[in-house]
Design a protein around this ligand. Structure first.
Ligand SMILES: Nc1ncnc2c1ncn2[C@@H]1O[C@H](COP(=O)(O)OP(=O)(O)O)[C@@H](O)[C@H]1O
Ligand SMILES: [Mg+2]
Length: 253
């Protein structure tokens, strides 16, 4: 579904990705793991068109994404969440999801429209779909509340609903459980599995080894900008190079 071929990325003299190759298959959950600074978020930024690769090719459903603008990549069916939560705290949950439907606009511009009040009357169809998406993450009962009133874990779930509002085929999640306590993590794991069962393909970056091992069908491991292993969770767990890369790191315990 999503294929990276010989991808490299430099920032000035800094080579962040080197010769990265992997394919995210349709259906299921694909995980990209690796230590901090390995280049994981950079992969998402390349796939979503926020950054351009220094070399190599990215294909989605057989089509090259190399020079496609970010909003057109969204239209082709790729949505993402960010490592740092980005919700509009002064808007209701419902409004946040409707903004997702208008993701073609920049976040700043969409936010401005909302603040001007011109979107306060949300059309019925958009509202129904937004409520449905909120119900998928079990937040529909809070639809009219301000996002500011949500817990950290709930804000993550709101982000999922907003990303799904662009009607993607592939959902990219950047460290969805970062900063969460164990019970929030378990709950979010259930939500991610629910989204998968609805037929979405998921490509997830995660730092928490235990979390990805339990969730992913396949995993690629990035270390210092290179893919050092790819396979099923069991293959990854038992790969000597992966153990080496994580040796002494808390995530491996
Ligand atoms: N826009 C950028 N400009 C310069 N350096 C960057 C940029 N984005 C990321 N980097 C650098 O690239 C490396 C990998 O970053 P990142 O992809 O965020 O890693 P990860 O998500 O695996 O923690 C880091 O050294 C980071 O400082
Ligand atoms: Mg990152």
């Amino acid at each position: 579904m999503l294929k990276l071929t010989n991808i490299s990325k430099n920032f000035g003299g800094l080579q962040v990705l080197q010769d990265v190759n992997f394919t995210v298959p349709q259906g299921g959950i694909f995980g990209l793991i690796g230590p901090n600074g390995a280049g994981k978020t950079t992969v998402f930024n390349l796939v979503t068109g926020l950054l351009r690769a220094s070399g190599g090719e990215i294909q989605f459903d057989g089509q090259d994404l190399g020079s496609v603008a970010p909003h057109k990549i969204t239209k082709r069916g790729i949505a993402r969440t960010f490592q740092n939560i980005r919700v509009f705290k002064e808007m209701t949950l419902l409004e946040n999801v409707v903004v997702g439907m208008h993701d073609q606009m920049s976040y700043g511009f969409a936010g401005l429209l909302f603040n001007l009040g011109s979107y306060r009357r949300i059309e019925a169809k958009a509202r129904d779909r937004a409520l449905e998406l909120l119900s998928w993450v079990r937040l529909d009962h809070k639809a009219e509340m301000l996002a500011d009133s949500l817990s950290y874990g709930e804000q993550r779930k709101l982000e999922f609903a907003r990303a799904l509002a662009t009607e993607p085929k592939l959902l990219l999640l950047d460290e969805p459980v970062a900063g969460m306590n164990p019970s929030e993590k378990t709950e979010l794991m259930t939500e991610i599995l629910n989204i998968k069962q609805r037929g979405y393909s998921i490509f997830m970056i995660e730092h928490d080894m235990r979390f990805v091992m339990g969730l992913c069908d396949r995993i690629a491991v990035l270390n210092f900008g290179r893919i050092i292993a790819e396979g099923t969770p069991d293959q990854i767990k038992n790969n000597p190079e992966v153990i080496e890369a994580y040796l002494g790191k808390e995530e491996m315990e």
